[in-house]
Design a protein around this ligand. Structure first.
Ligand code: 5SP
Ligand code: FE2
Length: 212
């Protein structure tokens, strides 16, 4: 089985002047992990035990060590950004982090499949990488469904436009790691949004296991 349903707020759109406080606010609201988006030219963060890095950078190889030193727990890179995914996976592991592998909307899931048994998590982007607040791309759900069918125990994350209106599609397709930025960060009650996302996801996972 995948590692259970987890909700990871993306703090890309939060007040960057008080990033530490925002991280604590999310953990206090029940977040399972923090999804930290890093783009070329943007600084990384220091320390922590829930830090899952989403590296939207052109040369992911160069940030492995700095992120490990900074205390990142998982390093997710984009398949499109490297010519040697195998070497990068090995390097991330040797630096003590879990491995996530992301694909952009235009990349078919067959490119990810050969690596699925070597990674901890597959990230199916549900928007073009870049910024928060974009519209959820429902047509990415067949990728999630295909991965869940082929790799029942793989952690599968969705990222982009996910919130109370779109979580059902993600959960039914088989995602178990849910990134949500605007929907959580802009809510007056982040705890209830996180709980709702987790409940929908858990119910779908339970139903899948009963159906098997
Ligand atoms: O990686 C990205 C954007 O490229 C995301 O992590 C977003 O920051 C999620 O924000 P919402 O789409 O949920 O507002
Ligand atoms: Fe992200």
């Amino acid at each position: 089985m995948a590692s259970g349903c987890k909700i990871g707020p993306s703090i890309l759109n939060s007040d960057l002047a008080s990033l530490g406080a925002e991280c604590l606010r999310m953990l206090d609201s029940g977040a399972d992990y923090l999804h930290l988006d890093v783009m070329d030219g943007h600084p990384a963060l220091q320390g922590g035990q829930f830090f899952y890095m989403h590296m939207m950078v052109s040369r992911p190889e160069q940030w492995v060590k700095p992120m490990a030193v900074a205390g990142a727990n998982q390093y997710t890179f984009h398949l499109e950004a490297t010519e040697n995914p195998g070497a990068l996976i090995k390097d991330i592991r040797e630096n003590g982090m879990k491995v996530g592998l992301a694909i952009k909307p235009g990349t078919t899931v067959e490119y990810l499949a050969p690596w699925a048994n070597q990674i901890d998590m597959a990230l199916v982007m549900t928007v073009e990488p870049g910024f928060g607040g974009q519209k959820f791309m429902e047509d990415m759900m067949p990728k999630v469904h295909w991965l869940r069918t082929q790799f029942p125990s793989l952690d599968i994350e969705v990222d982009g436009g996910v919130g109370p209106d779109t979580i059902h599609k993600c959960a039914e397709a088989g995602a178990n790691m849910i990134v949500s930025g605007s929907a959580i960060m802009r809510s007056d009650d982040p705890r209830s949004v996180i709980n709702l996302l987790r409940n929908v996801c858990s119910e779908a996972a339970q139903k899948r296991s009963l159906d098997r």
